[in-house]
Design a protein around this ligand. Structure first.
Ligand code: ZN
Length: 86
């Protein structure tokens, strides 16, 4: 009895997940910058930000919150005026 057992070796395409982003966006002007090629960066609230120029970095440091607006800043709340009562 010759049982030919073929081990099904699936080609695992394990891609090396890079932790360092290939590119970053300057939060001040919106430019795409290469983190590996700039020394203009700062860490704000545990996150690292990169900048295209020193002026952008300075502006960000002076007021980080101004450039980090939440996506839903204008949160509209459907507050229906339920006029109950008499
Ligand atoms: Zn910039």
């Amino acid at each position: 009895m010759n049982a030919m057992h073929v081990s099904d070796t699936a080609p695992t395409g394990a891609k090396p997940g890079g932790t360092t982003p290939a590119s970053a966006v300057d939060p001040v002007c919106g430019m795409t910058v290469d983190p590996a090629r700039t020394h203009l960066h700062t860490v704000h609230e545990g996150k690292e930000y990169f900048f295209c120029s020193e002026s952008c970095l300075r502006r960000f440091r002076s007021d980080p919150a101004a450039f980090l607006k939440p996506p839903d800043s204008a949160a509209e709340r459907p507050n229906r005026s339920t006029a109950s009562g008499r």
